[in-house]
Design a protein around this ligand. Sequence first.
Ligand SMILES: Cc1cc2nc3c(=O)[nH]c(=O)nc-3n(C[C@H](O)[C@H](O)[C@H](O)COP(=O)(O)O)c2cc1C
Length: 186
Amino acid sequence: MPKTIGLICGSLREKSYNRIIAQSLTDMSDSVQFRWIEIKELPLFNEDLEVGGDPVVVTSFKSSIQEVDGIIIVSPEYNSGIPGALKNALDWASRPSKSSVLSRKPVGLIGATPGGLGTAFAQMQIRQILEAMQVHVLPFQKMLISQVHEKIDSDQKVLTDEKTKRYLQRYLQQFIHWIDHTPVID
Ligand SMILES: Cc1cc2nc3c(=O)[nH]c(=O)nc-3n(C[C@H](O)[C@H](O)[C@H](O)COP(=O)(O)O)c2cc1C
C-alpha cells in the first residue's frame, strides 16, 4: 500500500497561494497518495462542545488525520504568527490530550507569503505548538517561500518557479523518508 499524506492548508482564502503550493506537491511523487484535510467547517474550539461527544465535522476531521501516514501543513503567516483557523484545527486535533490523533504523527511544515520572510515567525510558532502535542515535526528542514506571488500563475493556479519546485521536491522526499524514520518513544 502506498503511503498517504494529508494536506492541511492554513488559509481559508479561495485563491490562497498556500493552497496552490500544497496542490503542487501532489504532482511531485508517484510513491505516495495525497488527501486534503479541510479545516474550514470546524466550529471554534470550546470544551463544552466536547461534553456530549465531538460534533460530526470534528469526528470526521479527526478520522482523516488518523487515516493518513503523515501530514504536511502549508500555511500563511498572520501578524507574525499562526492563522487562527489553523490553531483552532490543531486544538481540536489535540484532544483528548493523552491519546490524540496527532500524537506521534509525522508532520511537515511549509509556508508561503508575498512578503520577504517566508512565514518564518509562523512556522516557529506552529513547531512549538506541535511539540506540545507530541507531534513528530520534520526536524532541521525549513521550507520558507517568500515573494510567492512572483512564483505562481494565479490564473492557472499553478506554481511556475522551477527553483521552488526543486526545493519542494527535495522537502517532500525528506518528509517521506521521515515518515519511515520517526523515533519510537513511549
Ligand atoms: C491579517 C493578516 C495578517 C498578515 N500578516 C502577515 C505577516 O505577519 N507576515 C507575512 O509575511 N504576511 C502577512 N500577511 C499577508 C499574507 O501573507 C498574504 O495575505 C497571503 O497571501 C496569505 O496567504 P494565502 O494566499 O495562502 O491566503 C497578512 C495577511 C493578513 C490578512
